[in-house]
Design a protein around this ligand. Structure first.
Ligand SMILES: [Zn+2]
Length: 95
């Protein structure tokens, strides 16, 4: 049978069972290899104050927040996009 995606829609190893992770939006448990991981940086201070501090030469701390999303939520919130048949075979990092 033909494969829709080279990876079968998963990352990591192609054999065995993945540990589940919980979707940050809907709470569904999805296999780690199937879930979409999105990392963003969140500032600890308010945006306007942070800009003033940065302009004054201060280093404003920011925290790394990693969220996992199920495929349905990742599509719905535009974390990932539906791609054309040829593009589906590419392996790219999510921004
Ligand atoms: Zn979800």
């Amino acid at each position: 049978m033909t494969k829709k995606r080279r990876s079968g829609g998963r990352t990591g190893s192609q054999s065995g069972r993945d540990q589940p992770v919980q979707c940050a939006k809907c709470g569904r448990f999805v296999p780690r290899g199937k879930a979409k991981r999105v990392t963003k940086y969140v500032s600890l201070v308010d945006a306007t104050i942070g800009k003033e501090l940065r302009d004054a030469g201060a280093i404003v701390p920011r925290r790394q927040v990693t969220n996992w999303y199920c495929v349905s939520c990742a599509i719905h919130t535009h974390k990932v996009h539906i791609r054309a048949g040829d593009d589906r075979r590419k392996h790219e990092k999510i921004r």
